[in-house]
Design a protein around this ligand. Sequence first.
Ligand code: SF4
Length: 439
Amino acid sequence: MDGNDPPTIRLVQMQALGPFSWRWPEDVEHFDRGWSADAIVDGLEVRLRHGIGRREVYGRSRLHSVTWVEGQPTVEGVEADDFGASEALVSLIKAGKRHIRPGEPLPGGYGVFNVVVLAEAVAGPYSPRSLAVKLRLDDIEGWTRHALLRAKAWGRLGSSTRSRVQLAPLIAGGPAPATAATADAVGSRRVIAASLLELGASLSSTDHGPALDFTPNPEANELLQTDAFAFLIAVICDQGIVAERAWLVPFLLRARLGHLDPAQFAISEDDVRKAVQTPPMLHRYVEKVPRWLVQAAQLVVRRYGGDASRIWSGSPSADELRRRLDEFPGIGQKKAAMAVEILERDMGVPVSRLDRSDVAYDVHLRRVFLRTRLADRDEQDHMIQVARGLNPDRPGALDLPAWYVGRTWCHAGLPACSVCPLTNVCPKDIERAARVVSG
Ligand code: SF4
C-alpha cells in the first residue's frame, strides 16, 4: 500500500462511557460521556476514546469533543451554530499540522465526509476559514474515521507493539452489548425485544435514570428532579431540538425570569416569550413554546392548585397519567408516554398498571422498530400494539432502549451496526426506515 493511501478501517468494538476527566497541560477538562472503541486499521488494532463535554470555544460555551487515539488527543470537535437542527460538531481537517483552505485538495479518505468551512459553521472570534468535517454528535464511525485519518497522517499508527498510554480511570461505564444470539435467532422479534429489554435494564441501573442526566449541568438536572413544573416545562420543550437543550430550558428560564412559579407564568405571557426569545434563544419554536408554557401554567393553576406534582399524585395508572399529561398543550402521545416512563423509572413516582404503559412514537424508536423488523409499518398505533404484544407486562419498558439505540447507533444516515448492541440479532433492514426523518 502507498503511504498516501487512506487506511482500511474497521470498527470492531465499542463501549459507552460515563463521565471522566482529562488533564491538559493548562487545566483539567471534564467530559460528561463518551465511548471507547477498538478498530482495526490496516491490520493493526488501535484503541480510541471519545469524550463529549462543554467549554468556552470560539466566543461562547459550546459542546466540545476530544477523540484520543492510542491515548493521545488527536481531533477535537466544536458545536456547530446550527446544532439545534443538525446535532453536529465540526472538526478541522489537517495536512500534517497545517489547516486546509477552501479550494485546496482534501487529504485521502475525506471524500466521504460532509466538509464545511469552519468559520461558516462556527461564527466566533478567531474561527478560521479552514476546511472541517461536520459530523453528528453520535456518529461514532465518522469520529473514529476522522481521528484515525489524522493519527495516520501524524504517523501515530506505525506500531502495534507501542505501549499504550494509560487513560484516566472511568467513573462510570455504559451499557454492554446485548447477549450474543445464535444465527437462527437473528430477526426473531422475541429475541430482539429481549435484547432491547436487557439494554434498557442496564441503562436504568444507574443511580438515577439516564433521562435525568440529559443535560451536562448538574444543577439543571437537580432542578428537574425537585421541581415538578420544571419537569413539565422540559417535557413540553422536548421537540424539534436535541434532548440536552430541551431539558436545560427550565434551568435557563428560571435564571432569566428569576422564578419557575406557575401562578406567575400564567399571567406573564410577554415575560415568558421574551425570556424564550432573548438571544441565545432557548428554543427554535419561539412562538409556540412560550404560548404552550403559559397555557400549561394556567392549567396547573386551574386544575392542580398551582402544584404540578399533583398531575401525577395518587398513584395513577399508566394510561390515566398519560391522559392527564396529554391534556397539556404541546404534549401529545410521544411526550406523554415518554414522561410516564421517566416519572416512574427515574423519579420514583408511584404509577400503577404499568401493563397500560406505552412506547413513545418517536423518530428514533420508529427507525429502530422498522430496521429490526419489530414493526411492519411506520404507524403510531401499529408500533404501540407491537410493543404491547412483545412486553405485555410493561410495553413502555421498550421505549428507552429503542430510543437509545436509535440515538446512539441506528442513525438516520449510516447506522453504526458493527458496534450496536443489537448487531447479533438485528436483520438490519436499513432501507425500511429511509423515510423516517422527523418526529
Ligand atoms: S444500528 Fe444496525 S444493528 Fe443496530 S438497530 Fe440499527 S440496523 Fe439494527
